[in-house]
Design a protein around this ligand. Structure first.
Ligand code: DGJ
Length: 331
């Protein structure tokens, strides 16, 4: 079905004129509309949930879960020069057709994040892996690599970092090139961090408990030498209240600083759940908070909430806006 967006038709009817607002799948986007359907260059819904971004070669890459109505179908990747308009680059990591594979159909691949290792010249993807037919029992971190940013990625292996369960997760690369895996452990009661090995393929033994507050969906950014982390509570696909913590060191201590969300439904993260925070290239102190508004009845039609992070009294704030663009950082 061809859906037309942002197109106004004036239809002259017998009694006068009627303006119909319809949706178009084509045409250049110049703004973010959080929670609205978001289409790629072909007019297909962007299918990249629990995602993360990577800026490389003057291009943003968006990696995320490809979802069916409920099935986990692999990892998709999209590219963009401007963050508004996204080109589908296909599947970065597909499910294996070998039923013995850890990434065979029937398992889950969630919250993929990709980083680039300049030493090995490899793109390294980490994701939350659940083995086929075991629900959320396996609680493992999966790793895949590629020489090319868009893949296809080669599945390497999966493990529990230093023996700890690993579900929701993110990766963070610090200014010195050290990379870290931040993950929900011990049935999501603990949030932990592990430093990656130099090749980014494994967890080193530098592995610390950050706090035990039953949190998931970690998303991090760094500003003026301070680390900020936004997390969610644990209520499955249902939204809950976000929390923010701040630290001088990734290994802590992490100090709770409340909920940075402001506006309608702020106490439920606007109906969403954190997944990533993307710095905007070329703009100072410009960060985008990225969340998933999950639709458990049709996961592929879960929506994306991209909102600007602003600073009030030097504290990060995420305010709801129906529509916005990057010009807000021009002043
Ligand atoms: C919440 C997690 O953050 C999601 O990634 C997903 O695992 C759902 N739970 C499943 O209920």
């Amino acid at each position: 079905m061809n859906i037309l967006r942002s197109t106004c038709f004036s239809l002259l009817l017998g009694l006068g004129s009627l303006t119909v607002q319809a949706q178009s799948t084509t045409g250049k986007q110049t703004k973010f509309t959080p929670g609205e359907r978001w289409y790629d260059q072909n007019g297909a819904l962007i299918n990249a949930h629990g995602g993360g971004l990577l800026y490389q070669n003057e291009t943003y890459y968006w990696f995320g879960e490809k979802r069916g109505q409920s099935a986990s179908e692999g990892i998709n990747v999209y590219s963009s020069k401007d963050l508004y308009n996204w080109k589908a680059e296909g599947m970065a990591l597909a499910k294996s057709t070998d039923p013995q594979s850890e990434i065979a159909v029937g398992g889950l691949m969630e919250r993929p994040k990709v980083i680039y290792n300049p030493k090995t010249k490899q793109y390294v993807m980490w994701f939350h892996l659940e083995l086929p037919g075991q629900g959320y029992k396996a609680a493992r971190a999966g790793v895949a690599v590629s020489d090319k940013v868009t893949g296809p990625y080669r599945y390497v292996n999966s493990f529990r970092p230093n023996g700890h369960m690993s579900r929701d997760m993110t990766l963070f690369v610090d200014d010195d090139g050290s990379a870290y895996h931040i993950y929900s452990a011990r049935e999501n009661y603990d949030l932990r961090i592990t430093k990656l090995t130099d090749d980014y393929l494994s967890a080193s033994q530098a592995d610390t408990l950050l706090f035990s507050k039953h949190q998931e969906a970690p998303a991090l950014f760094k500003k003026d030498g301070q680390y900020y982390m936004i997390t969610s509570g644990c209520t499955g696909w249902a939204p809950n209240q976000a929390s923010m913590h701040v630290a001088q060191s990734l290994f802590g201590p992490w100090k709770p600083v409340g909920d940075p969300m402001q506006g309608p439904l702020a106490d439920k993260t606007f109906g969403g759940q954190s997944t990533y925070i993307q710095p905007v290239q070329g703009k100072k102190d410009a960060f985008i908070f990225i969340a998933d508004k999950w639709n458990p009845k049709d996961l592929k039609d879960s929506r994306y909430l991209w909102l600007p992070i602003t600073f009030e009294n030097n504290q990060p704030v995420v305010k709801w806006v129906n529509s916005w663009n990057l010009n807000q950082w021009n002043n």
